[in-house]
Design a protein around this ligand. Structure first.
Ligand code: ATP
Ligand code: MG
Length: 168
């Protein structure tokens, strides 16, 4: 049983994440998706709760054709212990898929095999870009799977983001 691990903050989950996971699905038997900084929400850079992000991911991947687990992972403020923390929360895995330099370094030091998936249209497929479009009232819906548009509508995500970005 080959399991691959993929981690992000998914604020929000977008088409770049979806493309990477569809690629990973062809290489492993099961995928573990870590929802990082799980404790954060209601911040301009982290507007959505872990539970809301779990919904976005789970609904977007219902036709993936590869079993997957979505595991919220809270931050610990000690990078040297972080991989052990991740392993304590996730089902066992042998490969980590990440292009984040710090994540890659920490897993490599822990002896985990690391693969770097290619980036898809990184200029527009980025959480930062999507959050700034939401704040500016520009179209963002084409950059995320349809299920994510639905979740964000359901929870009033755009008005939440605009409200917490206001000055008092
Ligand atoms: P933010 O701008 O909020 O940091 P992000 O788009 O970088 O959002 P993350 O949740 O930080 O998304 O990223 C999770 C993982 O997804 C990271 O390893 C990141 O490199 C990868 N990733 C992000 N955007 C893309 C993309 N367009 N194509 C492929 N991988 C991506
Ligand atoms: Mg990022």
């Amino acid at each position: 049983m080959k399991r691959g691990f993929y981690i992000g903050r998914f604020q929000p989950y977008h088409n770049g994440h979806q493309a990477v996971l569809e690629h990973i699905a062809g290489e492993v038997d099961e995928i573990i998706i870590g929802v990082g900084s799980a404790q954060l929400s209601h911040q301009v850079d982290n507007p959505f709760t872990a539970g809301e992000r779990v919904l976005m991911i789970t609904r977007s991947l219902n036709h993936l054709g590869c079993p997957f687990y979505v595991i919220p992972i809270e931050d610990i403020q000690r990078n040297a212990l972080w991989v052990a923390h991740v392993r304590s929360m996730a089902p066992p895995f042998e490969t980590c898929y990440s292009s984040n330099p710090l994540v890659m370094q920490l897993f490599q030091e822990a002896g985990v095999q690391v693969q770097s998936p290619a980036m898809y249209e990184r200029e527009i497929l980025s959480g930062t870009e999507i959050r700034s479009r939401m704040l500016e009232g520009k179209p963002w819906e084409d950059l995320v799977p349809p299920a994510v548009v639905k979740v964000i509508r359901e929870i009033g995500g755009v008005s939440r983001l605009r409200q917490i970005a206001r000055e008092d």
